[in-house]
Design a protein. Structure first.
Length: 426
């Protein structure tokens, strides 16, 4: 048998069909597996081949809709792309509870991104900082020459911040170029601007520039949303008390805070993915922001109002765009943006913050009542039944029995099916 090797030269130069044939030979794909690879979904071969390198197929996830959202007195249907059961339904339910007291109130979100320029090997750091500050307008002018249209529309490089940090390699200046990217996510434009001014930063400071790149900790792009969740619709005072206890647990313990914030990101990332935005940038920015105090903390806050209702707030950096990149190239992303009916990227961030808050409340409510597993298990049991090869006409019956018996396993699904067959003499 020929030795398997992964050092394949020139794979990227081949057509998708040729790559599929090579892959099929390498890992011995059967006809059903080849058929799956051949299904590119809503992409043409040319479209998908330009998105990433070495493309051999398309990967699809469920595209669902969350309802009941009223944000700043405007109703939204929110598209979500996620594989986890119960998330979409939970968000819709929490939004319905928030509607009783006016829905969500989200603040305006600035579209300012940070480009970082790392300046090293400085002889006199104070003089370098002074000179950079004096030449701010020159640096901004050079940066804005890279995108005249953005500047004409009211965006572009607006300011610089000069930070001094101590490292094992000595003191460094980190220059932050603040760029209003308007309706874009903005990574490409700020990176271009940072590259353009770096030679001048070196000349002015007398130092050596190394990194010049966007920061995904978008602290000038904070999204805030607030809502009142009716205590009776949540399940009563005991449930509200349970939610508050769960929140305080997260405040005090980073192990719990991590899972607390994961629930928030279930919603935000699902919307980010649906609209063709960068999920990794959003995730990293959110978790870094949660750690700025020195301890990893919840991205939400909860308290009671004078009537005993739950008041929830969220604050999270959200660098989301509605133009450029995958938001325009991906057909489902374009469809998602049409469903949202947004005015601008600011509004998308407002929606995302409200969705994250709703998702968090839904998760905490489940934990404070029947536990998170009950909601998951109904859908999960159906998946296990399908995995066990249960015929379609018996899936619901088998799934229900697994949930009742609290044994959601492939072997038990097959056992239940056999019991059904025996009882009905099939």
């Amino acid at each position: 048998m020929k030795e398997f090797r992964s050092d394949i030269s020139g794979f990227y130069k081949l057509s998708i069909e040729e790559r599929q044939k090579i892959l099929s030979r390498l890992v011995n794909l059967n006809q059903d597996e080849i058929k799956i690879l051949n299904n590119l979904g809503y992409f043409t071969p040319t479209q998908i081949d330009t998105l990433i390198e070495n493309v051999v197929g398309s990967f699809q996830l469920p595209f669902g809709l969350a309802f009941n959202f009223k944000i700043n007195d405007k109703d939204f249907i929110i598209p979500m792309v996620i594989e986890e059961p119960s998330v979409v339904a939970a968000a819709s339910n929490a939004a319905k509870i928030a509607r009783k007291h006016g829905g969500f109130h989200s603040e305006n979100v600035q579209s300012v991104m940070i480009a970082q320029i790392q300046v090293t090997q400085l002889e006199d750091i104070e003089i370098a900082k002074e000179y950079l500050g004096k030449n701010k307008e020159k640096l901004l002018k050079i940066a804005n020459e890279q995108d005249p249209l953005l500047y004409k529309l009211g965006g572009g490089a607006q300011d610089i911040e000069i930070r001094e940090i101590q490292t094992k390699k000595g003191k460094m200046i980190i220059l932050h170029l603040l760029v209003n990217v308007l309706d874009a996510m903005g990574a490409n434009v700020v990176n271009t601007m940072a590259e353009s001014i770096s030679p001048y930063v070196e000349e002015i400071s007398g130092g050596k520039v190394y990194l010049r790149i966007v920061s995904n900790l978008a602290t000038h792009r904070l999204a805030r949303s607030k809502a009142i969740f009716d205590k009776e619709m949540l399940g009563g005072q005991e449930i509200v008390e349970g939610i508050l206890n769960a929140y305080e647990f997260a405040v005090a313990d980073p192990y719990r805070a991590t899972t607390h914030n994961k629930g928030i990101m279930n919603g935000i990332v699902a919307l980010t993915l649906a609209t063709g935005n960068d999920t990794r940038a959003i995730e990293s920015g959110a978790h870094a922001f949660a750690s700025l105090s020195g301890q990893y903390s919840p991205l939400t806050k909860f308290e009671l109002d004078s009537n005993g209702n739950l008041v929830g707030e969220i604050e999270v950096p959200l660098a989301l765009g509605i133009i450029g990149g995958m938001t325009k190239l991906h057909p489902m992303a374009r469809l998602a943006l049409k469903i949202l009916n947004l005015k601008n990227a600011n509004e998308l961030s407002q929606v995302a913050a409200a969705l994250g808050l709703a998702q968090n409340v839904a998760a905490l409510r489940a934990l404070a009542s029947e536990g998170i597993q009950k909601g998951h298990m109904a859908l999960h049991s159906r998946n296990i039944a399908k995995l066990a090869g249960i015929p379609d006409e018996f899936i619901e019956e088998v799934a229900k029995k697994m949930v009742e018996d609290k044994k959601i396993r492939v072997d038990y699904a097959k056992e239940i099916l056999q019991q059904i067959i025996d009882s009905k003499n099939l």
